[in-house]
Design a protein around this ligand. Structure first.
Ligand code: FES
Ligand SMILES: [Fe+2]
Length: 362
C-alpha cells in the first residue's frame, strides 16, 4: 500500500472538479456571433437549461428562458419584432429585459417577466453569464484588449469525459512527453488572476523536438514560451510566443448530460492592415489550426475512454492539483437548474479546503 496516495484520496474528495452535476458560475460560450443574424431567434440548450437567443434590430443579442410564461409555448417558434420577441401562440410580446409589453387581448399588459440572462459578444463568440449579474468581465487576452481581431473557428467536438478532464490536459506535464513526444521537461508556474482565473506559464520548456517548434524554427531562433489561462475551469486561453509572433487559441467547453464535453476551439489574432496583413493573418490562423488539431488528435483517444481519478499523484502532477484547488474555491451551480449549491446551513457552499498541492508520491 502506498501511504501517500491513500492519504491523498481519503483526505480530499473534490466537490466540483469532474462532477457531472456541477459547474462554476461564469461566462459560457453559446454560438459564434456570425451564426445569429439580426432578426433571427434560435433554441439553445446550455448546461442543461433550455434557452432562446435572438438578435434584435439594434444588433444586441438577448438570451432568455425558452418557454413562454403564459402557457409554455417554445419562444424559438416566436418572432423578433424590432428589439423584442413575440410568442407565436397567443402573441404576447417581451422586451430585451424580458418585460411583457403587449398582450393582444388586453388593453394593458400584465406585470410579467420572462427570465433573461446577461449576454455579450467577444472574439467572434456569443457568451452567456449563468447568474443574475456578471461578477467578472468576459475572458480576455490582455494584449488583445480593445483591439479588433480576426478569428478562425475549428470544429466543434464532443468528448466522452468531463470538461475539467479535458482542461487539465493543457497542464499535464507528463503527457507532453508520453503523448505528444516532446522530450524536454515542462514545469509550469501558476498565478491566480482573480477568483475565477488562473494562469500557468512554462518556465523551463524549450521543446526543440516538438512539431510546433519545428514548424516555427525556420523563422525564428528565440525561445518559445507558452501560457494557459483558465476561466471557470472550462475555458482555456493559450498564448504561444516567439519573438515575432504571438498565437492565441481559445478552447471553451461546456458540460453535457452524463459528464460529457462539448468543446469549441478557435484561433484569434490582432487584425492587420492591408491585403498583406490580411494574408499574414490567414496564414497564421491556418497554421494555428493545423497545430491545434495535431495536438487534439493525440489526446482524443484518451478522452473517449478515460475514467478520471487521480489516485497516485506525482510531483509532475502538481499543476493539476493547483488547478483543482483553484476550481474548488469557485461558486458551484447545479447543472440543469443553474441554482446555487447550498449547504444545509443555507450558505452557498464554497470549498475552502485546500488541496495539498505538495502531496505527491515522489
Ligand atoms: S403561450 Fe405564449 S402567449 Fe400564450
Ligand atoms: Fe495534450
Amino acid at each position: 500500500m502506498n501511504f501517500n496516495s491513500q492519504t491523498f484520496i481519503s483526505s480530499r474528495k473534490s466537490k466540483t472538479f469532474n462532477n457531472p452535476e456541477r459547474f462554476i458560475e461564469g461566462w459560457y460560450w453559446v454560438i459564434p456571433s456570425r451564426n445569429l443574424r439580426v432578426g433571427e431567434v434560435k433554441p439553445m440548450t446550455l448546461l442543461g437549461r433550455e434557452l432562446v437567443i435572438y438578435r434584435g434590430k439594434d444588433r444586441r443579442v438577448v438570451t432568455c428562458d425558452a418557454y413562454c410564461p403564459h402557457m409554455g409555448a417554445h419562444l424559438a417558434e416566436g418572432k423578433v419584432e424590432g428589439n423584442e420577441l413575440r410568442c407565436l401562440f397567443h402573441r404576447w410580446k417581451f422586451d430585451a429585459e424580458g418585460i411583457c409589453i403587449d398582450i393582444p387581448c388586453l388593453d394593458e399588459p400584465l406585470p410579467i417577466k420572462l427570465k433573461t440572462w446577461p449576454t455579450a459578444e467577444k472574439y467572434g463568440m456569443i457568451w452567456v453569464w449563468t447568474g443574475e449579474f456578471p461578477q467578472q468581465p468576459l475572458p480576455f487576452f490582455p494584449e488583445l484588449e480593445h483591439k479588433d481581431c480576426d478569428v478562425s473557428f475549428g470544429p466543434r467536438l464532443v468528448m466522452n469525459c468531463h470538461p475539467h478532464v479535458v482542461a487539465i490536459n493543457g497542464i499535464d506535464a507528463q503527457h507532453f512527453g508520453t503523448v505528444h513526444k516532446m522530450l524536454s521537461e515542462i514545469i509550469f508556474e501558476k498565478q491566480e488572476l482573480n477568483h475565477n482565473a488562473i494562469t500557468f506559464s512554462n518556465t523551463t520548456y524549450s521543446g526543440e523536438d516538438s512539431f510546433l517548434i519545428k514548424l516555427i524554427r525556420p523563422f525564428s531562433k528565440s525561445p518559445v514560451t507558452c501560457s494557459i489561462c483558465y476561466w471557470y475551469g472550462t475555458i482555456g486561453m493559450v498564448t504561444i510566443s516567439v519573438d515575432f509572433l504571438r498565437i492565441h487559441v481559445m478552447y471553451a467547453m461546456r458540460l453535457l448530460e452524463g459528464g460529457k464535453t462539448e468543446a469549441q476551439t478557435w484561433a484569434i489574432i490582432k487584425k492587420r492592415k492591408g491585403i498583406l496583413g490580411w494574408l499574414y493573418n490567414r496564414i497564421v490562423l491556418k497554421l494555428t489550426e493545423i497545430v491545434g488539431s495535431h495536438f487534439i488528435q493525440d489526446d482524443i483517444k484518451i478522452f473517449q475512454t478515460i475514467r478520471y481519478e487521480l489516485k497516485t499523484p506525482l510531483k509532475a502532477d502538481q499543476s493539476i492539483m493547483q488547478f483543482i484547488n483553484h476550481l474548488e474555491r469557485q461558486k458551484p451551480l447545479i447543472w440543469g437548474t443553474w441554482n446555487f449549491v447550498r449547504s444545509h446551513h443555507g450558505e452557498i457552499k464554497e470549498n475552502h479546503e485546500k488541496w495539498r498541492e505538495s502531496m505527491s508520491n515522489d
